[in-house]
Design a binder for this molecule. Structure first.
Ligand code: R1P
Length: 357
């Protein structure tokens, strides 16, 4: 850590950079693709417009944020690595830097539990969480506890889900016949190994886990590690109204709310916050909408694993499809982050030297 951090409740640098992603307001757009690997982020970034200049920031904690425009629409690609904690850092810290609506499409890889071939694309309509129950006695077995817990399902945003499905059909290269399945259920796990039923040298008590999951969750098709938490946080966010009447409360006794130009910063002893009025008009509040496209890299039934050339083709197609879905998805102008001061603000061409003389 190089910079001085203030506010232990929502740590930020003096110039407003969030602690783990390292970005600040104006460096992340309302439309976001999130991926797990930097190579996937960089290959999607190659499809962005040449102008404005692409912004790229690798944080000390390994998050990569790339922001530019696609067909003149501001868009960010955020590489978050793996797992629920990173998905949580991503959503909360981006939300803190963003004014207005937040659209998120996760483009990730997954394992498939059905007989879909590797290279298929699955767009989960909903997701459940499957987590290791640490109260279970993994050393000796345990008659009282179950070794894994299963959550209730949470849904993708139906409009964004549909837009993604349609965009993938429009962008499909003629040569690719890969299947697209859009009515599937996903399970996000807290481990690639134990809670996905893989057998290792650890006593995970998971030999029958996959059969149990398939029996318990109708339509269960894929396993990966982030989608559930993205969907869950998206639907749980209650939308902070950014232009309601302000109240003054002491620092650290209030929920963190984004700080934007025109609103006093949290540097002072007192902080001005804009609390959501829960009985107010909810349609005026910003929203988080989330959907996901999952590339089947591994078949858990045939044990097949995708090859590198197939990954290249699939990432190009799905990357283009996600860009198209996000940029065509309408957001009302008043629900967009301000252009002024952002990294996508067009820079006026410098006047020719002659005109200055
Ligand atoms: C495990 O290999 C990782 O791959 C999948 C899982 O969710 C987990 O993050 O997604 P990504 O390819 O997006 O990283």
């Amino acid at each position: 850590m190089k910079d001085r951090i203030q506010n232990a409740n929502f740590p930020k640098t003096v110039d407003g950079r969030v602690y783990h992603l390292g970005i600040r307001a104006g460096e992340v757009a309302n439309r976001i693709i999130t991926v797990g690997s930097t190579s996937r982020a960089e290959s999607i970034a190659k499809m962005l417009d040449a102008s404005p200049k692409i912004f790229s920031l690798y944080s000390e904690r390994g998050f990569l944020t790339i922001t530019g425009c696609y067909k003149s629409v501001p868009i960010s690609i955020v590489c978050i690595g793996m797992g629920a904690p990173n998905a949580d850092f991503f959503i909360r810290e981006v939300r803190e830097c963003l004014c207005g609506d937040m659209l998120i499409i996760r483009l990730g890889s997954c394992g498939c539990l059905t007989d879909l071939p590797v290279g298929s694309l699955v767009l989960p309509a909903s997701s459940v969480a499957c987590t290791r129950n640490v109260d279970f006695d993994f050393t000796s077995g345990d008659p009282w506890e179950v070794p894994y817990r299963l959550s209730k399902p949470v849904s993708a945003d139906p409009d964004l889900h549909r837009a993604l499905r349609d965009a993938l059909e429009v962008t499909r290269p003629l040569s690719l016949k890969n299947l697209v399945v859009s009515n599937a259920v996903n399970a996000s796990t807290d481990s690639f190994y134990s809670s996905q039923g893989r057998q290792t040298s650890f006593q995970d008590h998971n030999a029958s886990l996959i059969d149990h999951l398939k029996a318990a969750v109708s339509g269960l098709t894929t396993l990966e590690m982030e989608t559930f938490w993205i969907f869950h946080l998206a639907v749980s966010w209650r939308g902070v109204k950014q232009s309601s009447s302000a109240v003054v409360l002491p620092l650290d006794t209030v929920p963190a709310v984004p700080v934007f130009p025109g609103i006093p910063s949290m540097r002072s002893e007192k902080v001005e916050v804009h609390l959501p009025s829960l009985d107010g008009n909810t349609s005026s509040r910003p929203v988080i909408r989330a959907a996901a496209a999952q590339m089947v890299f591994a078949s858990r039934s045939s044990q097949a694993f995708i090859g590198p050339d197939e990954v290249n083709e699939l990432e190009k197609w799905s990357g283009r499809g996600v860009l198209e879905a996000l940029t065509k998805f309408d957001i009302a102008p008043e629900r967009l982050h301000p252009v002024t001061g952002s990294v996508w603000e067009p820079i006026e061409p410098s006047r020719p030297l002659k005109a200055l003389l």
